[in-house]
Design a protein around this ligand. Structure first.
Ligand code: NAD
Length: 350
């Protein structure tokens, strides 16, 4: 691998014996008594916000994890605490160039992509490349290894929705030529490509549509409301609400999201499956709640709303509830308190 940088883990585990077939493998991660083999999972975008939490939970579950990341919007610091773990590798790699992983792979989780509005507006071509070529390469890896493939898609595939709340059957309302189109359409293309590999090559695939998630390791200046409000409130800056703040969002705490994603990964479901918290709130209420929880004196000010900013957003999670037996456990304020606490204890990220 041309500019691959291998970090973490022990050298003897980087190789691998000949790949067992898919049917020989468990989907859970604890070592099987017969062979002592562990489930080997590749996470693209593993050094990002969600990728780092996924890697952490997969290791906790006893999986071996290989994280691929080019550090475009993520950082090795997000997984620094995992480096000493025997089952963890971090490889610097751009998945739009190629994806090569020696040895067996049981599961490929494709999370690489700029994801915050500021990132994908600054990196429109990179966003479209990782959603298209990067997804092609990640699917190619799953096909080669006979692995289950899980695509991190997004509620943005629904665009500015005209159906509320949004069930998976809704096809969405996306402006393909607006500035946000680079992200929304890249993910819609990635979903279509995933289904093409399933239908044409029999790859075992799953698609998760992730709704707005918050938690530790978000960047305060990534353009998303919660990190912006929390860091503004904690540093006494004005809290900047877009428009009049009446637009709604449904936010999910990261632990709930990861639990839902892993349930989908370990199921036979193809999806798409919405994973989000149906508790809907206006952006203004979110700002007021964060101001109250931080005991901040910051004033709330109103700024222009970005182009094509969705007016409403709320997942219909009936499918996840009935087919996966999953639903979010962390309450609205309890989740916000945890995220705020992380920003409070990490002033250096501000
Ligand atoms: P993030 O920016 O923190 O993580 C993305 C990671 O992908 C970063 O570490 C980045 O360096 C890496 N990356 C980008 N391009 C790459 C490339 N070409 N090759 C290798 N690595 C590359 O974002 P996140 O919030 O953790 O989002 C992760 C995934 O989840 C994304 O696919 C995103 O679309 C999806 N998602 C996130 C949310 C959310 O609320 N955070 C909502 C919906 C969907």
């Amino acid at each position: 691998m041309a500019d691959a940088l291998l970090l973490g883990g022990s050298a003897e585990r980087r190789g691998g014996s000949s790949p067992p077939t898919r049917t020989e493998r468990d989907r859970g991660c604890r070592p099987r008594l017969a062979s002592n083999a562990m489930t080997r999972v590749v996470v693209t975008g593993g050094a990002g916000f969600l990728g780092s939490h996924l890697c952490e939970q997969l290791l906790e579950d006893g999986c071996e994890v290989i994280a691929l990341d080019n550090f475009l919007t993520g950082t090795p610091a997000n997984v620094e605490h995992l480096m000493e773990h025997d089952g963890f590798r971090l490889i610097k790699a751009d998945v739009t160039e190629y994806v090569h992983v020696p040895g067996p792979v049981d599961q490929v989780l494709h999370f690489a992509s700029p994801a915050s509005p500021i990132d994908y507006l600054l990196l429109p071509i990179e966003t479209m490349k990782v959603g298209s070529i990067g997804t092609l390469h990640a699917l190619g890896l799953a096909k080669e290894k006979g692995a289950r493939f899980l695509l991190a898609s997004t509620s943005e595939t629904y665009g500015d929705p005209q159906v509320h709340p949004q069930p998976e059957e809704y096809w969405g309302h996306v402006n393909p030529v607006g500035p946000r189109g680079v992200y929304d359409e890249a993910k819609r293309f990635a979903e279509a490509l995933t289904m093409a590999y399933r239908r044409t090559h029999d790859v075992d695939t799953a698609i998760v549509r992730i709704f707005n998630t918050h938690g530790p390791r978000m960047r305060p200046n990534d353009g998303r409301a919660i990190p912006a409000f929390a860091s503004q409130a904690l540093t006494g800056q004005p809290i900047t609400v877009a428009g009049d703040g009446s637009q709604t969002r449904s936010i999910i705490y990261v632990d709930d999201l990861i639990a839902g994603i892993l349930k989908l990964l370990r199921s036979d479901l193809a999806g798409p499956v919405n994973i989000g918290n149906p508790h809907e709130t206006s952006v203004l209420h979110l700002a007021e709640t964060i101001k109250r929880l931080t005991k901040s004196d910051s004033e709330i000010v109103f700024i222009d709303r970005p182009t094509d900013d969705p007016t409403v957003r709320q997942p219909d999670i009936t499918l996840a509830r009935t087919e996966l037996g999953w639903e979010p456990m962390v309450g609205f304020e309890a989740g916000l308190e945890r995220t705020i606490e992380w920003f409070r204890s990490h002033p250096e990220v501000g």
